[in-house]
Design a binder for this molecule. Structure first.
Ligand SMILES: *Cc1c(COP(=O)(O)O)cnc(C)c1O
Length: 393
């Protein structure tokens, strides 16, 4: 059983490149060249240097003593929240902007929902002096104003998309249209392990730095690089893919993804794709997604803007189907409680996305001798308004 992508771009039954004929040239170029470029010494050197001096890697692996005491079991946090711009997203955008330059591209586009990926893309474009266009649903432009301001300050052009529901799906369609019209000079940076092959594999490889460091750090701190389990929140699934990557072929390490249940996985207001979804094509990949009986995508809901995606990357669909990883979900309420608990026990205010992974801890039988690593994907600064609404601070 392989958990890695095959030559055709599939993870078992999932993945592929379900693209319109007009996008074939853009995608083929990437498919043919990404592995070769990423394997060059020059690419590795530039990527590693930026990870170290720009992002601030390696991110610490922190054994959380008071959280561990609370659960009666050892818990480690992989501190992606301490990266430049506050999450794991920059690992991927740096990788892709370097790749785009090697392909001779001079213009970058992206789509964004909550604005976090748009911000990470605008950041690397400023770093490299490249023009950047970010497509964003007009509704999201209104909802995520601070991120829109930051993207503009970084020099990006933010284009509000007024079609459809004016959210992420519509922004994605617009970005694809742009790419089709500019096949020569433009690279489209996708922000998670979603989209047509080779994006899911490419993004997972860039994010795999998370588990590469984790293994080394665990070895130093515990005497073994292999924990009992690794846990991460899952929107599209990129921080989870990065945290799982170097453990995929080690079945003794349990892998647990945590989706956003919103108001409850049994209510219409949810984003727990694997709990309620079925196979179909989304964002040019065959995967599992939330849809109604007519095959229409249903609008996802979560308190956390980074997790309300109606699908999941094909790697996760495969890990779910084969049972290699298990997927739990946490509600808005459980997540808010878990965020406050971490804040009070460890002095770390987590992103709402990351707090979903913490909220799954009470749902797992934790034994005294276990070692659990949680990928703390981001910091909570951007979520202070939500915490204020919930708790009064
Ligand atoms: C975007 C985001 C996520 C969700 O994206 P994945 O691709 O599932 O990792 C999770 N945490 C934070 C902090 C984010 O910004």
């Amino acid at each position: 059983m392989s958990y890695f992508v095959d030559e055709k771009g599939y993870y078992g039954a999932f993945g592929g490149a379900w693209i319109p004929e007009m996008m074939q040239a853009n995608v083929s170029e990437l498919q043919e060249r990404y592995l070769e470029i990423m394997a060059t010494e020059e690419f590795r050197r530039e990527f590693d240097l930026l990870m170290k001096d720009y992002v601030g890697r390696p991110s610490p692996l922190y054994e959380a003593p008071r959280l561990s005491a609370y659960y009666g079991s050892r818990i480690f946090l992989k501190r992606e929240d301490l990266n430049h711009t506050g999450s794991h997203k920059l690992n991927n955008t740096i990788g892709q902007v370097l790749l785009a330059q090697k392909l001779g591209k001079t213009r970058i586009i992206a789509e964004t929902g909550a604005g976090q990926h748009g911000l990470a893309t605008a950041t690397v474009c400023a770093l490299k002096g490249l023009p950047c266009v970010v497509y964003m649903g007009a509704l999201d432009v209104k909802r995520q104003e601070p991120n829109v301001r930051k993207m503009k300050m970084l020099g990006a052009e933010v284009i509000p998309v007024t079609s459809g529901n004016q959210t992420l799906k519509d922004a994605t369609n617009e970005a694809m249209r742009d790419w089709i019209n500019h096949p020569e000079d433009t690279h489209y940076i996708i922000g998670s392990v979603v989209g047509p092959h080779p994006y899911p594999d490419m993004v997972a490889r860039f994010q795999s730095v998370i588990s590469e460091e984790m293994k080394r750090q665990l070895q130093e701190q515990t005497g073994s690089g292999f924990p009992t389990r690794v846990m991460a929140c899952v929107g599209g699934g990129s921080n989870a893919a990065g945290a799982f990557y170097h453990y995929l072929d080690h079945p003794e390490v349990e892998l647990i993804g945590v989706e956003a249940a919103g108001k409850g996985a049994d209510t219409p207001e949810t984003a727990a794709t694997l709990a309620v979804g079925s196979p179909g094509v989304l964002h040019a990949a065959h995967t599992i997604l939330m849809q109604n009986n007519d095959g229409q995508i249903t609008e996802p809901y979560s308190i956390s803007a980074g997790l309300d995606y109606p699908g999941i990357g094909p790697l996760h669909a495969h890990l779910f189907k084969t049972g290699r990883a298990s997927y739990l979900h946490a509600t808005d309420q459980e997540t808010l409680q878990a965020a406050l608990l971490l804040t009070r026990l460890e002095g770390i205010i987590p992103a709402l996305e990351s707090a979903h992974a913490l909220a799954a801890l009470p749902k797992i039988p934790l034994r005294t001798g276990d070692i659990t690593v949680i990928c703390l994907s981001g910091r909570g600064d951007k979520d202070m308004q939500t915490y204020l609404d919930a708790y009064g601070y």
